[in-house]
Design a protein. Sequence first.
Lengths: 323, 447
Amino acid sequence: MVKVTIDGIEIEVEEGTTILNAARMIGGNVVPPAMCYYSSLEGSGGNCRTCLVEIAEGSTRDPRPMPKLMVSCSTQVQDGMVVKNKTSQRVHENRGAVTEFLLINHPLDCPVCDQAGECHLQDLSFDHGGAGSRFEEEKRTFEPIDIGNKIKLHMNRCILCYRCVKVAEQLTEKRVHGVLHRGEHAEISTYIQKAVESDFSGNMIDVCPVGALTDRTFRFKSRVWFLKPMNATRECKKCPGHATVWMFGEEIYRVTGRKDAYGEIERLDGKTAWICDDCRFETKDPKQWNIEGPRKINRHSVISQNHYEIPNPLKTNVKKSLK
Amino acid sequence: MGRKLLLEHIDVPGIETFDVWRKHGGYLSVEKALKNMSPDDVVNEVKNSGLRGRGGAGFPTGMKWSFLAKPEGVPRYLLCNADESEPGTFKDRYLMEKLPHLLIEGMIVSSYALGANLSYIYIRGEYMWILEILEKAIAEAYAKGFLGKNILGSGFDLDLRVAPGGGAYICGEETALIESLEGKRGNPRMKPPFPAVKGLWGCPTVVNNVESLATVVPIINMGADEYVKIGTEKSAGTKLISACGNLVRPGVYEIEMGISVEEFIYGDEWCRGIANNKQIKALIPGGSSVPILPAHLITKLATGEDRLMSYESLSEGGFATGSMLGSGGFIVFDEDQSVVRNTWNFARFYAHESCGQCSPCREGTGWMQRVLHRIVNGQGNMRDIDLLADINKKIEGNTICPLGDAAAWPVAAAIRHFREEFEWYVNHPEEALKRNYGMLKNTPTTV
Ligand SMILES: Cc1cc2nc3c(=O)[nH]c(=O)nc-3n(C[C@H](O)[C@H](O)[C@H](O)COP(=O)(O)O)c2cc1C
Ligand code: SF4
Ligand code: FES
């Protein structure tokens, strides 16, 4: 076990734990935002740079501060490490800069975007965005495309987190290619059109932190905050059938996996409970589901409106030492 | 005449063939290393020579080699980085084109030192004709028993292959190179783990520049003790410099480290001064990624001493008054040329070459490029200059690989030293568009 201090709070974690996960064990506002890291997708993280933190002391053995900000999702803690997240002015400035970068080419079309209300980029902008924009240029744009008949891709909204690429790589059988072109012209493309044949491609929608990949069976049906999320299960041959159904009155408007406080699909018996495309797209009759009761929903403000408790799977009890 | 260790025989007719190369002392280093030295001896010799990587970062080669992990039963790889795509840098091309056997010889000795039995030359896709030159030379080396099984009866086996890239600057970054060589998209990996631990196919790997590997040959031939006598204390040996811009005699030169910048630009043996009797205005001494220097900091340091062609002297003064030796891409600007336009041109390059993986580089390079494009087209305003300075500060240090820094530094340095020129563009948009900037007649100035 190694000891690490994050924003003045000390916690003991297993060796090899990342700073981000150590912070998640503490919970609350010492947790850096993570737009690309996704714990159940191997090799994810490192791209978005929103989770940057300052390392004020490297370790007990070598307490020198690290000159650069480090990505907490991919940097392992060292014994005696002192990390500053909320308490660092540098982090604040640079995270603001990353937010600005993510928004310059973003269409800011929240009013017509299905993700609004559960969008991590909205949350990030709320916490770290500026009031106005310094970007006076023309935005780079792409045409929206259909990826199969169930998924819509709005490349304009994509932040290139690579999570869907990892889904295609790790949950579906055949991977061809994830991203075409380079730089700001990089786009998610064709291989997903192939991967859509797979039983699990719908999970790309669940992992997408923004409204780039949305569910065509739910498109423009309702704002998410008008829906009632319910925990539901069903017998399914392909997946655990462990889902959240989003209801309006007696109707199911959409089906998603069960997400935790960080927008990640919950684990069931030690495995990520990815749901299959049949459950997600084809099973919208409430009779097909065993509805357990209201879902305690994630931190997204407009949906939860503070009525629900936030499930945090990593939360542990820590002793607080103000340092 | 300055001493030549790499290019000594470059003008000998037929030097690209095995026989002529051999006649001029070729492959002696392989004989010496394989017959009389252990792999560790070779590593130590390179360590003691003080050789620093010639690809840009200047990391000590011997030290890099000694970090290579050596787990039992796992192959190790040596990769030669011949992706040379940095604007202003064209030295590796010259070396491989004319002296393919020098590189092959260096790779055999280096592979022996590292215990690599399969090595690759990853070559820039646009250098297709050089790929053919190399493959021809490699075939000769196989035929003469310098490659393949049991080289010179030493028991050491080595296969050498050439792999062409697909035409991306980013594939020169060592981990992107590895990804590309594995057949994937050339996105840089996050470090750690470093290639020395987990590189090609997850195995320990060393990536070295063409010139670094070629330099191993004279080091082994003459011995580290003799080698360190050449150059300066912190920059041993010789360095290839590709000089371009408005010089009387641009080209690739092998210099002894430590000659003065003044001598290199104006000396008879080298570039012979600025063409058309113009004055020098600025210098980028180490390829497009390093900071630009204004006229008064080119031949002199801020302290008034002479600036020398060496790692330490070119970086003297830090970024405030210094630059870097980088890859040796030596770009000279005369009084007519425009630093602002050049800055835009570089910014465009980096925006085009960013792999797009991490947000600050993907979005920031495109943003800078657009703002600069507006400025050179007479649409800029004063706050754009501060905005640029701020954007590059927010990219720097916040990215996965150094391309982000490489994109930020030139813009930062141009604003630091040539702010007035940026302001002039903003204040004189019409004149800025009309000027010719020393370009050929009838070159359109709108871009
Ligand atoms: C964007 C980028 C492009 C690079 N391109 C090259 C290149 O074309 N050739 C090269 O030798 N090194 C290049 N490098 C440096 C390599 O990553 C690596 O440091 C070098 O090949 C190591 O060799 P050396 O130690 O012999 O210099 C590049 C680095 C970056 C970040
Ligand atoms: S800094 Fe640029 S080139 Fe390097 S990994 Fe990030 S996006 Fe790719
Ligand atoms: S979550 Fe760490 S870089 Fe994106």
